[in-house]
Design a protein around this ligand. Structure first.
Ligand SMILES: [Zn+2]
Length: 449
């Protein structure tokens, strides 16, 4: 209260200053205008290209999208010539852990790493992710409240990175996917014991409290762990964690605060409880039954399925010390999840694009497109999942997800034809976020890379 009063007093004293006294603010410069010539444009509002289009970017946003023949480009204007490339909206990954490292699978790291280990990783990974063409990510699970700080540091222009839709720690039951299990009771790793690290909650009242506490510290989205997991110790991916009542309280509290909520859920009962509780997206959804798939479709619940990383977990991660328990669990859900994906696509469940980057190396996010195509999507469908659909899931369709007038100029380009070969998205050559060029290996404009 005192701070608010002080602030109001400050404002009124500023307002009372004589208008001609002191330094005058410089006249505000007109926002920069850039003309992007797109040979092929996949704007993600349909499944096909538009040919020879000019995108007019003014400041952070798109002012016009028009046929090149009609575009009037003034002499001396800034032009980005992507007429030999394919231009698309910036990609969106709804399931990342920017503070996570894909070279640390030995459980000893839980005791060796400090919060700074993850923060340094997040700064590096944010940049790698942006330069890979992902201009927005949802970060779903990190220490309190690293993702919020990361989002703020990026938004203020201090460090480069994608737009971050930030969660706090994934909320877990005692002994659940987010807890430190099967060590001596004398062992704990926590920064905030009084708040159980803003993570562990049992019963509707504690769940309500931790959601409110996370909102208090600025999260954009709530992540809750509704079943066991693959990379945790002592729990089973198929088994539910949290009751329906607890999940319902979490969803209602999140929605009351204007936040979306994502549930980690591999097993059927956890998936069903999450859908019925009104949760917005099911992360993983590995073992969803036909009945769960029908229920998701009926409720308009998104599935956000990380179907690429099985390749990495059963490959490189083993060399980095992935324990046998986790290998066994991945074998249990990895292939089953791909088959579930295929069924869910066929049934018409709303799909978002989420990869669990951090479990595999950041920057490889686009490798998942090929797996999605292999398991039943068309390339256009996979790309629209990672743009239009994902923007809808994070509640930002007004600003991102398609190339349309009024949206942020989050624009990428590749050489080649992603509708023929979706793997060309693994080598994004041009990245603009909010009108600023971060990478340009195609047209040769200045970048801030
Ligand atoms: Zn995850």
């Amino acid at each position: 209260m005192a701070a608010a009063t002080l602030c109001a007093a400050q404002q009124s004293s500023d307002a009372n200053k004589p208008k001609d006294g002191g330094a005058k603010p410089a006249a505000k410069a007109a926002p920069a205008v850039t003309y992007i010539k797109a040979g092929k444009l996949f704007d993600s509002t349909s499944d096909s290209y538009r040919e020879n289009v000019v995108i007019v970017v003014e400041g952070e946003r798109i002012r016009a999208v028009e046929p090149a023949a009609q575009a009037q480009i003034p002499a001396g204007a800034k032009v980005v010539d992507l007429s030999k490339a394919t231009v698309l909206p910036g990609l969106i990954d709804c399931h990342t852990h920017l503070g996570g490292r894909a070279d640390q699978y030995n459980p000893i790291n839980a005791f060796k790493n400090t919060p700074y280990t993850h923060a340094f990783a997040a700064e590096k990974n944010a940049k790698i992710t942006l330069l890979a063409g992902f201009t927005t990510v949802r970060d779903v699970g990190s220490g309190p409240f690293m993702a919020v700080d990361l989002r703020n540091s990026i938004d203020s222009g201090y460090i480069p990175g994608p737009r971050v839709v930030a969660s706090g720690p994934g909320i877990s039951i005692t002994g659940g996917h987010g807890d430190l299990n099967n060590y001596s009771p004398e062992t704990s790793v926590t920064l905030f014991p009084a708040e159980r690290n803003y993570q562990i909650a049992d019963g509707p009242d504690q769940v309500r409290h931790v959601v409110r506490a996370q909102v208090k510290y600025g999260v954009d989205v709530i992540k809750i762990l509704a079943t066991g997991g693959v990379l945790s110790k002592g729990d089973s991916p198929g088994a539910p964690q949290f009751t329906y009542e607890e999940l319902k309280v979490a969803a209602d509290e999140a929605h009351m605060a204007g936040r979306k909520i994502a549930a980690h859920a591999h097993g059927s009962e956890g998936i069903k409880n999450s859908i019925l509780a009104g949760i917005d997206s099911i992360e993983h959804a590995s073992l969803a039954t036909d009945e769960d798939i029908a229920l998701a479709k009926q409720h308009g619940t998104y599935f956000d399925m990380d179907i690429y990383n099985d390749d990495y977990l059963l490959g490189k991660a083993i060399e980095f010390g992935l324990p046998q328990e986790n290998i066994d669990k991945e074998k249990m859900v990895g292939q089953a999840q791909r088959e579930t994906f295929q069924k869910a696509v066929k049934a018409g469940v709303k799909m978002a694009f989420g990869t669990d980057a951090g479990v595999y190396p950041h920057g490889d996010n686009a490798k998942q497109f090929a797996t999605m195509v292999k398991y039943g999507m068309t390339p256009a469908q996979a790309i629209r999942t990672a743009t239009q659909n994902s923007a809808d899931l994070v509640g930002r369709s007004k600003d991102i997800g398609t190339i349309e007038v009024g949206k942020y100029a989050d624009i990428i380009a590749v050489t080649g034809d992603p509708l023929q070969d979706v793997t060309v998205l693994q080598s994004v050559g041009f990245v603009m976020k909010g009108g600023t060029v971060y990478k340009d290996k195609l047209a040769g404009t200045a970048t801030v890379e």
